[in-house]
Design a protein around this ligand. Structure first.
Ligand SMILES: Nc1nc2c(ncn2[C@@H]2O[C@H](COP(=O)(O)OP(=O)(O)O)[C@@H](O)[C@H]2O)c(=O)[nH]1
Ligand SMILES: [Mg+2]
Length: 223
């Protein structure tokens, strides 16, 4: 850790930062190649705390774990609440506690994939630490990124976080069962997502009621 003093060279700090991100990218490429070698479909699930990432993974595991061997890596700063929630529905889970880190990084994932029997997995989900900012710096090596936002975060949540929207293949707008109560402008959220990333697939859904959940399962199936 660099100590800031009067003559600290800022460009050196930036250089160090760039080295760190480059190392992360290199390791993410190794992870991606390993997962592809074992023909594992892999998804990095990102979104704010409370958006519904774990709920969506619980429902997903519940629906598809009869046919597919699923592993879920859950990232949180502490505890293994999410891993326990998901495990009840049939998937295998590993919880990573990041301590003070606000996102998982490729090193965490590399450690896990080097220590589990990859030939026993069809689909890997990685639930990132709840956060809409930090995960944009650290790619993990998953095949696709799924961004989860919810109508409870307000209709500006998408336009305010363009980087993650650009980096994702799918955006789930969750908790649509609450739109009428909150009067959130769902159409605006959909429009914003498409204007930031015209290639992104937008899936408004309710993980709670199951409304439109099938569209997400169809997306997974198509990969
Ligand atoms: N009303 C409603 N609540 C939801 C929905 N999805 C998740 N929740 C609730 O939102 C809270 C946070 O969900 P969770 O999956 O823990 O969010 P995470 O932090 O993104 O993993 C929990 O109480 C869920 O039961 C939904 O579609 N509708
Ligand atoms: Mg969670």
């Amino acid at each position: 850790m660099l100590k800031l003093s009067k003559n600290t060279n800022l460009s050196r700090i930036i250089e160090l930062n760039e080295d760190l991100l480059k190392d992360n990218e290199d390791l993410a490429t190794i992870n991606k190649n390993t997962l592809e070698k074992y023909k594992i479909k892999s998804f990095d699930v990102v979104g704010a705390i409370g958006a519904g990432k774990t709920e969506i993974l619980e429902r997903t595991v519940e629906k598809i774990s009869k046919d597919k061997r699923i592993m879920v890596i859950c990232g949180d700063i502490t505890l293994r609440i999410d891993a326990d929630r998901i495990q009840k529905h049939g998937g295998k889970t590993i919880q990573i506690n990041t301590g003070r880190e606000c996102a998982l990084n490729a090193y965490h994932i590399n450690k896990v994939i080097n220590s589990i029997p990859l030939n026993e997995i069809d689909i890997l989900f990685i639930e990132n630490v709840g956060n809409l900012i930090c995960p944009s710096d650290f790619i993990l090596g998953a095949q696709k990124r799924i961004l989860v936002v919810s109508v409870t975060e307000g209709e500006h949540v998408i336009i305010k976080h363009p980087l993650l929207v650009k980096m994702s293949e799918v955006i789930i707008i969750n908790k649509i069962d609450l739109v009428s109560v909150l009067e959130t402008d769902l159409d605006r959220m959909i429009r914003d997502a498409k204007s930031i990333n015209p290639r992104i697939k937008v899936i408004p859904m309710s993980a709670k009621t199951g409304e439109n959940f099938q569209e997400f399962l169809d997306f997974l199936n198509e990969q």
